[in-house]
Design a protein around this ligand. Structure first.
Ligand SMILES: Cc1cc2nc3c(=O)[nH]c(=O)nc-3n(C[C@H](O)[C@H](O)[C@H](O)COP(=O)(O)OP(=O)(O)OC[C@H]3O[C@@H](n4cnc5c(N)ncnc54)[C@H](O)[C@@H]3O)c2cc1C
Length: 428
């Protein structure tokens, strides 16, 4: 029987596990979280998750973090991330499905390091997972359809939302949002209704370009921006706020795929028609391969699970995956990142929040002929060398310095020195 390990129990991983099991494989599904569902199906602690049918068909390992992959060896730490006594395991499957998802992408602007400025995903996780409202006067801003569910969840958690600001103009956004996809149209209508019921305006072509406050964010400056996101002078407005949620899309988490030797394409894992990567036996699905939302992630997972189990994905599965992928491509065209955003920055604007590297330092380093390339730039300015290892600032630093983003992080997840030093590996 083919042994399949699926890393990540979000929409992609759950679909992969279900389809691999249905195709007759012996499936181990693991996730660092204590509940299945990933980002999309996040629930408050103890709430029913509804994935019993899938989990009953495989070995389900919650609170299990894959911290490294070498060859076909998958290194796992089992136990709560904040508890002592996690146990090390090594799995050696015949096929591996990576479905590790993505994390928030946020562009820097003056003051974005202030307490009270949240990434849209963090605000969403607090609202959906913990019923915590981040503020009473909240601005939700950035780019992409994700801003709408964030506003909806904030309102449901009792937050006051002043406005939702999409930086792209209506002419650009219209490119992706056709009414062809009935389900998406229904979702849009639901968000529009939630905003209308709470009298929350949705503005296009406007962005948060500065956050102000001494101890925490107190004010946000918004401005009208052109299609390339350059600020239209004289359109700045100051708003009294107690929180700002900003999101400019998502960045994939490709560390395990890179460790396995998979090729990337623009930061995403490159996959073939059956979701196979450039490494035989390693498949990838979901936001790791492209940002397309939960439905696209699940459709990719279904194909990956089937192929990983040695089956041939049927044409209906492939068609559904391709349809949702096409929708994802239209969305990307509808909500691009405007190239002129660096114009929001000042000399002293922090870009790498972990190491407090400023835009001015980066600009000087990028011009220095004695320090060519991303490696020297990183060592010289310390950008990307802090606790998040460039996960938050990497894309911004590359855009500002004209270099390629590096994804080589041999340790994919934090591991304590004691755990690393412990020679014992446990049987799976
Ligand atoms: C914070 C956040 C909140 C979001 N909320 C929403 C929302 O409310 N609505 C919406 O439409 N979209 C939301 N999204 C977008 C969402 O990510 C996707 O549309 C969808 O969930 C993608 O599915 P996925 O299976 O590819 O990844 P995910 O759902 O992200 O699942 C990936 C899973 O992999 C696990 N994982 C990652 N690395 C490891 C590892 N090394 N070891 C073990 N497990 C690992 C994670 O714990 C996670 O459960 C959110 C995104 C983020 C980042």
């Amino acid at each position: 029987m083919t042994r399949v390990v699926v890393v990540g129990a979000g929409p992609a991983g759950l679909a992969a596990a279900g389809h691999a099991a249905r195709a007759g494989a012996d499936v181990t599904l693991l996730d660092q979280s204590d509940a299945p569902g990933g980002q999309y199906h996040r629930k408050p602690p103890g709430a029913p998750h509804g994935f019993e049918a899938v989990l009953s068909r495989c070995s389900w390992w919650p609170e299990s973090t894959v911290w490294a992959v070498d060859g076909n060896r998958v290194h796992v730490l089992r136990g709560p991330a904040d508890g002592a006594g996690r146990r090390r395991h090594v799995l050696e499957p015949d096929a591996l499905v990576l479905a590790t998802g993505a994390h928030d992408r946020t562009l820097p602007f003056p003051g974005w390091q202030l307490p009270g400025v949240f990434t849209a995903g963090a605000a969403q996780a607090l609202a959906k997972g913990d019923r915590v409202a981040v503020g009473n006067r909240v601005l939700v801003a950035g780019a992409g359809p994700f801003l709408l569910p964030v506003a909806e969840s904030l309102l449901a958690a009792g937050a006051g939302v002043l406005a939702v600001l999409e930086a792209n103009p209506a002419s650009t956004v219209r490119k992706g949002w056709s009414w062809r996809d009935a389900r998406k149209a229904g979702e849009l209508a639901r968000y529009a209704l939630a905003l209308a019921r709470h009298r929350v305006p949705y503005h296009l072509g406007r962005a948060v370009v500065e956050a102000r406050g001494d101890d925490r964010v107190r004010e946000a400056v918004t401005a009208r921006v052109r299609p390339d996101w350059s600020v239209v002078p004289g359109t700045e407005r100051t708003h009294e706020v107690d929180a700002v949620c900003v999101g400019h899309g998502f960045a994939p988490q490709p560390e395990l795929a890179v460790a396995a030797g998979c090729d990337l394409d623009g930061g995403f894992v490159r996959v073939g028609a059956d979701q196979g990567t450039s490494v035989p036996g390693v498949f990838a699905a979901g936001e790791l391969t492209g940002i397309g939302g939960a439905d696209a992630a699940a459709a990719e997972g279904a194909v990956a699970g089937c192929a990983a189990a040695g089956g041939v994905p049927d044409r209906a599965l492939l068609r559904e995956r391709d349809r949702l992928r096409a929708f994802a491509a239209r969305l990307a065209a509808a909500h691009p990142i405007g190239a002129a955003w660096p114009g929001w920055l000042r000399e002293d604007t922090i870009v790498c929040r972990c190491e407090e590297t400023t835009a001015g330092e980066l600009a000087r380093a990028a011009r220095d002929p004695a320090a060519p390339g991303p490696h020297a730039l990183k060592l010289g300015t310390r950008a990307g060398l802090g606790p998040c290892q460039g996960r938050m600032c990497g894309a911004a630093v590359s855009a500002l310095c004209g270099t390629a983003e590096r994804h080589h992080r041999p340790i994919a997840q934090p591991i304590r020195l004691g755990e690393l030093a412990d020679a014992k590996e446990n049987e799976a």
